[in-house]
Design a protein around this ligand. Structure first.
Ligand code: ADP
Ligand code: MG
Length: 607
């Protein structure tokens, strides 16, 4: 379906070229026949020349020049039928390319059609329909059966069933209980439920994903540029063959036949088609890749840097113990910590709030909140200064380090200070995600040479957690700037992929060759900074995504190489007079179709 003016022009040119070709064939043998062929070729040639001049103005020399040359040469040397066939093939080729890339993109565009336009909000005991942009964090929304969740939020009803398949490819509905967070874009697969909005629509996961889908493919992949460079050599070679054929035989029609076979309409388009098909295939696996350039970079990753909390671990920590200083009470420490952590999206914060609520504690609203990404939060609760965060963060501000005696080496700890004095600590367990060991082995076998941990947490926690995983290196106590520096350092060795979930990972994600965000529950900032978003709350799809990237890149290369090889063969045959211009045009089109079909194989890559 032609959707934009450029596509409509392509369709019109194809129809004109086709009409002229058929009219000429109907008038076979009559003087009007060549006129019909010429008349139908000229508009295609004119549009093509405009296109070529435009790209030359941008400093790009493309293979389109060959198509223009072969049509004009065929017209000039009295081969109007060949010219007409090339015109049909060329306009048909660009049409085929738009069709193929639309097909390749379909998976991602399916996401776009599901954007809800309005939401239903509870207001003073009644319901009102409001536009999406009017939703504010804190609003209580009613999500009807079958409706798409419009913004990120937490469940206010006791239970909900969510269908996340469109975003993640996970076939089974997910059960959500009260207080748990969900991302926007998933569908209500059960009864209607209430949702407390935590983000405005524009800041929500779904909007971020849609922005990524729209940006995907906008940037030209390095490989497409590489193909453009190859095309210069191809252009030169084809001209040389055509010139030699003419010079040696004295027959310009030989040169016309060579140029016609060389007309590589969608040959070079095979690269974008294969890469975009790879993007679609990865999206099916729940791996959303921002564009062809990112896909290509993924195919060449040397080092993988992993964040700890929420990436390597489940990021759903449980409080296993609460230590309090003399005179304090555990519930009191938990209550102030949770009150302040209501303002944070850190996985520790969410766990602390959930635990406090589960214990029936009433949490006052914190004031003057300041979050230090990856370190902790400062603010006021009940009129007192409160600090919640890592040991180092709190110790640096209270001047007192609570002894870690009695804390298991691998346990994550969150320190709490009230009124400038250390009050206690929460000891938490955040286990590794299941299947991390086999996954890392698999990635190493797939060609990732270095796997490195980068965490803002304590060294003891990181060391205990990664025991037996065979990591290349473990870096702990990193600030966001420290993670960034580590990425820069590793990049000296080769292309780096960084995977993270937190706000504190965002700078590192942006700096890596490929930044991967844990999108399902991670911070929106990390998803925005990333080139790739894992839409499921699992690490495994990363392996599939890497396989798809490598295979799609290989298929793209293979398509170009095969297309160029076959075309050169045809040119040599034409130079020796084995193919007439008209036969050459047909042969070239067969090659193009084969190459594009081969590129579309990337849609079905097995992982
Ligand atoms: P990672 O970099 O491995 O994801 P983070 O840097 O996000 O880990 O977290 C490391 C530590 O920082 C946590 O174990 C916790 O002690 C502390 N921390 C950071 N932010 C908060 C917060 N909002 N509430 C409680 N603890 C926090
Ligand atoms: Mg993290």
């Amino acid at each position: 379906m032609p959707r934009n003016p450029a596509d409509q022009l392509k369709t019109a040119l194809l129809l004109i070229a086709l009409a002229g070709l058929l009219a000429g064939l109907a008038l076979w043998g009559q003087p009007a026949a060549p006129l019909a062929w010429q008349a139908a070729t000229l508009p295609v040639l004119a549009a093509l020349v405009v296109e070529i001049l435009r790209s030359l103005a941008r400093g790009e020399v493309g293979l389109d020049i060959l198509a223009a040359l072969s049509m004009s040469a065929a017209l000039a040397f009295g081969e109007p039928l060949a010219a007409s066939v090339v015109a049909v093939m060329y306009s048909g080729g660009t049409f085929l390319e738009s069709f193929a890339s639309a097909r390749a993109r379909a998976e991602m565009e399916a996401l776009l059609t599901r954007v809800p336009r309005t939401a239903t909000r509870h207001k003073d005991g009644a319901l009102e329909d409001i536009p999406l942009d009017a939703i504010r964090p804190g609003d209580l929304l009613l999500i009807a059966q079958g409706a798409t969740v419009p913004v990120d939020g937490t469940l206010a009803s006791p239970m909900a069933m969510l269908d996340t398949s469109a975003l993640t490819g996970e076939p089974l509905p997910r059960r959500l209980s009260q207080g748990q967070a969900t991302m926007s874009g998933v569908t209500n697969a059960g009864e209607a439920f209430d949702l407390t909005a935590t983000r405005a629509a524009a800041d929500s996961t779904y909007a971020g994903i849609l922005r990524m889908v729209q940006a995907a493919g906008a940037a030209k992949a390095p490989m497409a540029r590489l193909a453009d460079r190859w095309s210069l050599g191809f252009l030169g070679l084809s001209l040389a063959i055509a010139g030699a054929a003419w010079g040696l035989t004295g027959d310009p029609v030989r040169a016309v036949a060579v140029l016609v076979v060389a007309t590589p309409c969608p040959l070079i388009l095979a690269v974008p088609v294969a890469l975009v098909a790879g993007l679609s295939r990865a999206a099916q696996l729940g791996v959303l890749i921002k564009g062809a350039a990112a896909l290509e970079a993924m195919a060449r990753i040397h080092t993988l840097i992993l964040d700890k909390t929420g990436t390597l671990t489940e990021g759903r920590p449980q409080i296993t113990a609460i230590h309090v200083l003399d005179g304090g009470d555990a519930a009191g420490v938990l209550r102030v910590a949770a009150a302040l952590d209501q303002a944070s999206t850190h996985p520790m914060a969410q766990a602390i709030v959930a635990e406090a609520r589960a214990r029936g504690l009433v949490l006052p609203l914190p004031e003057q909140v300041q979050e230090f990404a990856g370190e902790g939060v400062a603010g006021r609760v009940d009129g007192q200064d409160v600090l919640v965060g890592g040991e180092a963060f709190v110790a640096a501000r209270t001047g007192r380090q609570l002894a870690l005696a009695g804390v298991e080496p691998g346990a994550v700890t969150v320190s709490v200070a009230v009124g400038g004095k250390t009050a206690g600590r929460l000891v938490m367990a955040d286990p590794l995600r299941k299947g991390v060991g086999p996954l890392l082995r698999h990635l190493r076998e797939g060609g990732i040479a270095r796997i490195v941990l980068a965490t803002g947490d304590r060294a003891a926690v990181a060391a205990r957690l990664t025991e037996g995983l065979g990591l290349t290196a473990v870096h702990a106590d990193l600030t966001p700037a420290g993670k960034l520096a580590l990425v820069a350092e590793e990049r000296a060795r080769g292309p780096v992929m960084m995977v993270g979930d937190g706000v504190n990972d965002a700078p590192a994600l942006a700096a890596a060759d490929v930044g991967v965000a844990m999108g399902a529950r991670g911070a929106a900032a990390s998803a925005e900074a990333a080139d790739v978003v894992l839409l499921v709350d699992r690490l495994e799809p990363l392996a599939g995504g890497l396989t798809v990237a490598r295979r799609a890149r290989a298929i793209a290369l293979q398509s170009v190489a095969a297309g160029i090889g076959l075309s050169l063969l045809g040119q040599v045959a034409a130079a020796f007079g084995l193919l007439s211009p008209v036969q050459g045009a047909l042969a070239q089109e067969a090659i193009d179709v084969a190459v594009i079909l081969n590129a579309l194989r990337a849609l079905r890559i097995k992982v």
